[in-house]
Write a protein that binds this ligand. Structure first.
Ligand code: SAH
Length: 225
């Protein structure tokens, strides 16, 4: 999978792209993440990418020209499954959406800034708008990082134990069961006996019961209750 992220703050993503799960996926050749500085695509001699909004509103708006130039240059090289814009009024990101996007070959993620981007870009070039939650961030970089992380870890082979992605919270609409590691007794805080019993079937049963109980208690909405 290839992900192209378009931003006015590439340095905000550099560390993330080169250290996290994304770095591992890139090392093993399973993903390629390219970060593009929007300012490299502007025709403005001062490298500006924003201007005042029509209508006299407050704030600045990202202009069509550099965004169009960047997206067009990328599209000239390959076909994209989705051109995503990160936006608080987009569809709320969740695990099913991450699962769907993990099947894509090429994705563009455009990060907004200031008051957002000229709406004509959203009408003509964007195919999917994603919000990471009901709050407003200063820019789309953190949202792009969240989306890229959640999607790339689902590509088979990226996680060392592929099964572990399948047993995470939200797969099957259930929260994950609690997990424990050595020692079995820490300051008198004990690991549930069943996990030390070696009865695989009973342990699986316990895991499912825990998942159901925690989902019912913490996120009944996932069970449609
Ligand atoms: N005026 C806009 C918010 C602009 S915030 C509005 O009220 O909708 C600046 C940029 O940060 C946005 O264009 C978007 O790219 C990003 N952003 C802010 N909050 C976000 C969220 N919850 N999810 C995804 N992107 C977000």
């Amino acid at each position: 999978m290839r992900i192209d992220i378009i931003t006015v703050l590439p340095e905000m993503l550099d560390g993330f792209v080169n250290t996290s799960i994304l770095a591992r996926a890139q090392r093993s050749g399973l993903a390629e993440i390219h970060v593009h500085n929007l300012r490299d695509y502007t025709t403005n001699k001062h490298r500006r990418v924003d201007d005042y909004p029509f209508g006299g509103f407050a704030g600045m708006v990202m202009q069509c020209q550099p965004i169009d130039a960047c997206i067009s240059a990328l599209k000239a090289e390959r076909d994209y499954d989705e051109v995503i814009f990160t936006s608080p009024d987009g569809e709320q990101f969740n695990q099913p959406m991450a699962n769907g996007l993990s099947l894509a070959k090429n994705l563009i993620i455009l990060c907004g800034h200031y008051k957002g981007i000229d709406y004509r870009i959203r009408e003509h070039l964007i195919t999917k708008e994603i919000s990471i939650g009901d709050y407003v961030l200063t820019g789309g970089e953190l949202a792009a990082a969240v989306i890229a992380d959640a999607v790339v870890r689902l590509i088979p082979g990226v996680l060392s134990d592929e099964q572990s992605a399948l047993s995470d919270s939200f797969q099957d609409n259930l929260l994950a069961a609690p997990v424990y590691t050595r020692p079995a007794d820490y300051k008198g805080w004990k690991v549930p006996d069943i996990l030390l019993s070696g009865h695989d079937a009973k342990i699986k049963e316990w895991e499912l019961a825990q998942s159901l109980e925690r989902t019912r208690r913490l996120r009944p909405d996932l069970l449609g209750e």
